[in-house]
Design a protein around this ligand. Structure first.
Ligand SMILES: [Zn+2]
Length: 197
């Protein structure tokens, strides 16, 4: 059982300080009751008892799914790739939103590198100059749904699952890209940019 830490947080809205409990590392196989909270992002939000504002907890965090052999490290710092246990997928993310997205992608049984490529192709086709975020896959029309910010709202965009499958095929033919996802890898648009001229 991981111990939780007591953190002093300042409300961004009213400036009051409050103490909250936060575990910097959660093994969701052993603590399944926390999985949904983390996967929804709710785990990273605390509500100010003084003014009711919802604040984001900006702390390093390790998501560990022992059953799925998945570790996702959230940190704003740069981390050198550490050795992972045998057979593990490791990911490095820089925000709670990115962590939530990764969990959704892996829960959907998708390859996150192929999803990054799919996001790139979709935003090019739609001439969108904003980052896309994965929401879900499947449905009756077998689509992948992404969101993107537009005038302070979130817009939805759907792309065919065949686009994702094409992307997965491109990856299979580019083993350099596959190797670059090994270890504790940061698989995001910057990762993809290394391979796209
Ligand atoms: Zn407050």
């Amino acid at each position: 059982m991981e111990a939780s830490d007591r953190l002093t947080q300042r409300c961004a809205s009213c400036g009051e300080e409050h103490e909250i409990e936060f575990s910097h590392s959660v093994n969701v196989t052993r603590r399944p009751e926390l999985r949904e909270k983390i996967a929804s992002g709710e785990y990273f939000v605390w509500e100010c008892p003084h003014c009711g504002a919802r604040n984001l907890i900006r702390e390093p965090f390790l998501f560990h799914d022992e059953k799925e052999r998945l570790m996702i490290l959230l940190t704003e710092a740069d981390v050198k790739s550490e050795g992972l246990p045998e057979g593990y997928t490791g990911r490095l993310v820089h925000s709670a939103g990115e962590l939530v997205e990764k969990i959704k992608i892996f829960d959907a049984g998708l390859d996150d590198a192929a999803v990054e490529l799919c996001k790139y192709i979709t935003s090019r086709e739609m001439k969108l100059d904003v980052p896309l975020r994965f929401v879900s896959a499947g449905g009756p029309d077998s689509e992948i749904i992404f969101t993107y910010p537009k005038e302070s709202r979130m817009e939805m965009i759907a792309t065919g699952f065949n686009v994702y499958e094409d992307c997965a095929g491109i990856l299979r033919r580019n083993q350099d890209m596959v190797h670059a996802t090994e270890g504790l890898a940061c698989v995001d648009s910057n990762w993809l940019a290394r391979f796209i001229a």
